[in-house]
Design a protein. Structure first.
Length: 679
């Protein structure tokens, strides 16, 4: 390059011209010729066999089952259009699959453009030929590209079609997309109507891949859920069902409840629901006075567990979502924010769609005219109008559902707001320096740990001050019980800023002792103890400290409450002794009752009042409060139906008016208003 482009400012050197009268050889001579003869024209179904991945996504097992979905979708289109009520799906040996419906049957008369060929043959041998490009035959349809049946025909070694129309049965047979003869009239069929297609995928394309009964059965089941007006009869050769596979050899699939039945079946009977499943169906808004379709939905709001969103368009699964899911998300978000405004919840404005969908298991089925998909495999809906149509149809009904169930709507709102606040806190914490993941675990200096390693078999006591900590350390079981003394009244996180929370040494020690982290670093599997037990004095001050700790867990580590890991110890306030008999009383009323019922009348009872845990002899503390065989613990719970009330009470009592908190504690310090468990 330096010879052609010199750096000294001289002009580039040019090669000296050759003096010759020879004409250069034509391009390509002596090599690969590229002229008109090199241009191939693939006709009929040959492109499908050359490049099957362009039409069904590949040649693996998933693509093989896509063949079954294409044929089943055609029968479902007949059912959704109101022309079929029953579909039979039969899997036989040697990878033969038969799908039959009682619809109108594919037309067999000559096609107007191809008078020497029947419409049936045109559909099965010509790409982009079908009756679903306009709304004359189908108001809505899934097989709308006009390639489904012809692609399946091209990729099968044998393809047999039977059509029953006008009391007459017609039949045609194909091999690798090529007809082996014309459509032939078999005979009269007075009691039969519809289309039956029986085919075997071509081993030259799919190799050894074969239809899996379990996968086909799930496909049939999902289709039956999607349209309540259809019954799918499933039959499978028993020899094809593997040992341990629960797929039935025969089944009748009909679900009048539609998606509501599907979601209930998926969740099971013990799903942690925040509210009943919200399900229904509705017509989409009209455009220019014309109907546009309809939508069906089933949505469950879960307190815990995995979320998920499954959607369909014209019975076609859309695993990558699309505009119909966007419309549903918008309806849920706007409806929840509007409910928050109606209930004067100022925090509702921070809710995002992700806060809601993270607690949702949803199924959405849309039926519209001429939907637009991303690619032939139709995994994502791209019809721009679908978003607004779905949002409008669902929003009104979601508002009515919330208004009809105000208590459950309040609980749901509180849960979603809580998720939103957790998200905001996690975002704030990303701005703070993070500790190195390679740093060795540092435990707080005041923590007296236990020796057993299995977290589920251990517990940590959170006690007030070093004096109580000293008694607890002497009373504990060293193998399974750890003790962490805390200094006085901890920070009130309900009224403190995030900066103060992060700077508070007592809370930092507590979080380090638990080991599970908070915010986006929370990991329940790293919790170092199976039980976290708040153990404070049995008086008003002790109840106040316990309330501050519970507020911290409710606001910053709610997962421990949901997981049932947080408890309150129940130390006694009095020791009652008469001779050799000693019992304990929890409060004044309990003391009077036990003196009256547990001791001999007219005999002196010695009453000792414990000033605090630090003044309680370790023997008494162990016997009454720490020994698992004798003690009573209160488990702290947060019921989903009381979530709104709980949050409002925490905000009110733990806010900036301590007089409200003090009055409440004085009134309820001895109330056992949480779930009582004997541990």
């Amino acid at each position: 390059m330096s010879d052609l482009f010199p750096t000294d400012g001289a002009s580039p050197k040019q090669p000296a011209p050759k003096e010759t009268s020879e004409v250069p050889a034509a391009a390509g001579e002596g090599g690969n010729a590229y002229d008109a003869s090199a241009i191939e024209v693939l006709e009929g179904l040959e492109p499908v066999r050359r490049r099957p991945g362009m039409y069904i996504g590949g040649t693996d097992e998933a693509a093989l089952h896509h063949l079954a979905a294409e044929i089943l979708d055609n029968s479902m289109d007949e059912a959704v259009a109101g022309h079929a009520s029953t579909i039979d799906v039969t899997l036989d040996r040697d990878n033969w699959l038969t799908i039959r419906d009682n619809g109108r049957g594919i037309p067999v008369d000559p096609h107007p453009r191809f008078p020497d060929r029947s419409a049936l043959e045109v559909i099965l041998t010509t790409l982009h030929a079908g009756g679903k490009f306009s709304d004359k035959s189908y108001a809505t349809s899934g097989g709308l590209h006009g390639v489904g049946s012809s692609v399946v025909n091209a990729l099968t070694s044998s393809f047999e079609v039977e059509v029953a129309r006008e009391r007459t049965l017609w039949r045609q047979v194909y091999a690798r997309g090529i007809p082996l003869g014309p459509v032939e009239k078999v005979g009269a069929a007075p009691n039969r109507r519809g289309t039956q297609i029986r085919f075997r995928p071509d081993p030259e394309i799919f190799g050894t891949h074969a239809f899996q009964p379990a996968r086909l059965y799930r496909l049939c089941r999902s289709k039956a859920f999607l349209f309540r007006g259809v019954t799918i009869r499933w039959i499978c050769d028993p020899s094809l069902i593997r040992s341990g596979d629960q797929t039935p050899a025969e089944a009748i699939l009909h679900f009048p409840g539609g998606l509501a039945d599907s979601l209930s079946d998926e969740l099971g009977a013990h799903a942690p629901l925040l509210a009943p499943i919200w399900a229904g169906d509705a017509d989409l808004p009209e455009v220019n006075g014309k109907p546009t379709g309809r939508v069906e939905w089933a949505i469950a709001f879960l307190e815990s567990g995995n979320s998920g969103f499954v959607s369909f368009c014209n019975t076609i699964p859309t695993p990558q979502g699309g505009t119909h899911e966007a419309g549903c998300r918008a309806a849920l978000l706007k409806g929840m924010r509007a409910w928050g405004e109606q209930r004067s919840n100022k925090r509702a404005s921070i809710i995002t769609a992700e806060d809601i969908l993270g607690a949702v298991v949803a199924q959405l089925s849309l039926f519209i005219r001429d939907p637009q998909f991303q690619g032939q495999t139709k995994e994502k809906l791209t019809s721009s109008e679908a978003a607004k149509l779905v949002e409008t149809a669902l929003r009104d009904r979601f508002d009515h559902w919330l208004s009809a169930n105000p208590a459950q709507a309040d609980s749901l709102l509180a849960f979603v707001v809580e998720r939103a606040e957790d998200r905001v806190r996690r975002r704030e914490q990303k701005d703070t320096p993070r500790k190195s993941a390679t740093r060795r675990l540092r435990l707080p200096g005041k923590l007296t740990d236990c020796t057993r390693e299995k977290a589920e078999e251990t517990e940590i006591f959170l006690v007030e001050g070093d004096s109580a900590g000293g008694s607890a350390k002497q009373a504990r079981n060293r193998e399974t019980q750890a003790v962490l003394p805390l200094r006085g009244k901890i920070l009130n996180v309900a009224s403190a800023s995030a900066e103060k929370l992060r700077a508070n040494q007592e809370l930092r020690d507590l979080v380090e002792a638990l080991g599970c982290g908070i915010g986006d670093r929370f990991d329940h599997s790293k919790l170092r103890y199976g039980r976290v037990i708040i153990m404070t004095d049995a008086d008003v001050d002790g109840a106040h400290i316990a309330s501050l700790l519970m507020t911290f867990f409710f606001r910053e580590l709610p997962e421990l409450i949901r997981g049932g890991n947080l408890y309150l110890a129940q130390p006694p306030l009095y020791r009652l002794t008469q001779g050799a008999r000693t019992i304990y009383a929890m409060d004044d009323a309990d003391r009077e009752r036990k003196i009256r019922t547990q001791f001999k009348a007219n005999a002196k009872v010695e009453v000792s009042r414990f000033k605090g845990l630090g003044e309680m002899p370790p023997k008494d503390l162990k016997e009454t409060t720490m020994d698992p065989s004798r003690r009573t613990l209160l488990r702290v719970i947060a019921r989903p139906e009381d979530r709104m009330e709980t949050r409002e009470r925490v905000e009110s009592l733990m806010g900036r008016k301590p007089e409200l908190r003090y009055a409440f504690i004085q009134e309820h310090a001895q109330s056992q208003s949480v779930e009582l468990l004997d541990i």
